[in-house]
Design a protein around this ligand. Structure first.
Ligand code: OGA
Ligand code: MN
Length: 283
């Protein structure tokens, strides 16, 4: 699909995602191009821009097209590349170490499906992730279309879920469900509707995940566990999932309002290093 702005969107799969061509992220992004990008974000859920050599400022400029860049306005935006402490909104997803200390978060291994920030009252709207160093195999990021997963439920199930709320608890060090101790009061927790209407498209989507959703509010534990198990499996069915095999210099953006994502395992003796900038809804 060509367009007046010169952008081109090539679907990454039949279920979600598009590769964007004709975009130079080293330059300011024209308003007409910004509009087209926002529309494509609503339509595809995941946008992949091949963008070798962009720096953190380029990534932040691109992220700001889609929402309020996290960390902005509190002096944390100017993140030094070598800085040790990850800041809210700008950090590395990395297994690299400096003097024995990890430089980022979520270093190794498989990661269960989740939506970023669902354990907070105000989850992240979108996440950008930029590939700087990749392992020779594995480490694909998988995405599940939760609008399609909702639409595939029969209407009796859709009605049963309407109005239900889930409790989310997440230990930020966890990549697998059992690694979060939900009885730990120090962990951040939040409650959200299980069926969530997208703030741009209005479409209903399931909003729950194996990594972060612990229970359905008001249901007996056995019933809640059984329904969650069934819905986790449903959301992760192959027909709703696209697995992204990263290329160096890929900049991915995903919509946390209507997609889950997960990570395949990769060799822990190899390096994997990505730069992450999130955006949120305006306060
Ligand atoms: C994240 C995340 C997955 C990956 O950055 O929020 O889940 O593939 N990353 O590293
Ligand atoms: Mn994530």
């Amino acid at each position: 699909m060509g367009s007046a702005t010169g952008l081109d969107f090539e679907p990454l799969s039949s279920v979600l995602g598009a590769r964007v061509r004709g975009l130079d992220l080293k330059r300011p992004i024209e308003p007409a191009v910004q509009n087209e990008l926002r529309q494509a974000f609503s339509q595809y859920g995941v946008l992949c821009v091949p963008a070798p050599g962009i720096d953190i400022e380029d990534q932040i400029r691109y992220a700001s097209v889609f929402g309020n860049v996290d960390g902005e306005g509190n002096g944390q935006l100017r993140f030094a590349e070598g800085e040790k402490r990850p800041k809210r909104g700008v950090m590395f997803v990395s297994n690299l170490r400096e003097n024995g200390d990890l430089v980022g978060v979520l270093p190794d291994g498989e990661m269960h499906f989740h939506s970023d920030g669902a354990h907070r009252e105000r989850p992240y709207r979108g996440t950008t992730l930029y590939a700087l160093i990749l392992p020779s195999r594995g480490g694909e990021t998988k995405f599940a279309n939760l609008t399609a997963a909702y639409e595939a439920l029969d209407s009796a199930m859709q009605q049963r879920l309407e109005g239900l709320q889930c409790r989310f608890v997440y230990d930020v060090r966890a990549t697998l469900r059992h690694q979060t101790d939900e009885s730990d009061d120090a962990l951040s927790t939040a409650t959200h509707f299980l069926v969530r209407r997208h703030s741009d498209t209005g479409k209903p989507a399931l909003y729950l995940s194996r990594l972060m959703t612990r229970s359905i509010v008001g249901l007996e534990k056995a019933e809640s566990d059984a329904l969650l198990a069934r819905l986790f499996d449903h959301c992760e069915e192959e027909r709703f999932v696209y697995a992204h095999s990263w290329q160096l210099g890929d900049l991915l953006l995903w919509d946390n309002r209507c997609l889950n994502h997960a990570r395949n395992d990769f060799p822990s003796e190899e390096q994997r290093h990505l730069r992450r900038v999130t955006v949120s809804d305006p306060a």
